[in-house]
Design a protein around this ligand. Structure first.
Ligand code: ZN
Length: 164
């Protein structure tokens, strides 16, 4: 009997993620499958929930609303920051996350939304916030996790032996 997806299982799957218009946002096609440890918040909750009970060879389509994906958009939107205030040596790209210190000293993640010669626009919202996510998923493999993987809360490669 093959393993079915449940808490503590390591899952490898291929996926294509599209938006409401059918535009491909991301895909594992042509790459290694995505690996995650079920029950450890490695992937968006709406997708994780729907994979329970699936096993290797299964294909399914999953629609994830923003509330179970990257959240609803909030806040004032993108803010302009002078490039001179950015840390040196960072190759800025649209869509990349930046870590910053909030007013209370907490680490906040800001996403780069736009770049000009002297200004960087950043937003608190994940680029996929507010979007319904449409996943086309093929389950490649399901296995039990090792003690170390459970402890770390993520997989260590296809067979659990990878180090980092
Ligand atoms: Zn680890």
């Amino acid at each position: 009997m093959s393993d079915v997806i449940a808490d503590g299982k390591v899952v490898a799957f291929h996926y294509t993620l599209t938006d409401d218009d059918g535009t491909v946002i991301d895909t594992s096609s042509g790459k290694d499958p995505m690996l995650y440890l079920h029950g450890s918040n490695n992937i968006v909750p709406g997708l994780e929930k729907r994979l329970v009970g699936q096993s290797a060879g299964d294909s399914l389509q999953v629609d994830v609303p923003p509330s179970e994906g990257y959240g609803e958009r909030q806040g004032p939107g993108a803010q302009a920051v002078p490039r001179s205030q950015m840390p040196e040596g960072v190759e800025l790209q649209v869509g990349m996350p930046l870590q910053a210190s909030g007013s209370d000293g907490q680490t906040v993640v800001l996403w780069v939304t736009e770049l000009t010669d002297d200004t960087v626009f950043v937003d608190l919202n994940h680029p996929l916030a507010g979007k319904t996510l449409h996943f086309d998923v093929q389950i490649v493999a399901v296995r039990g996790s090792t003690a170390v993987e459970k402890q770390h809360g993520h997989p260590h490669g296809m067979d659990g032996s990878a180090s980092h």
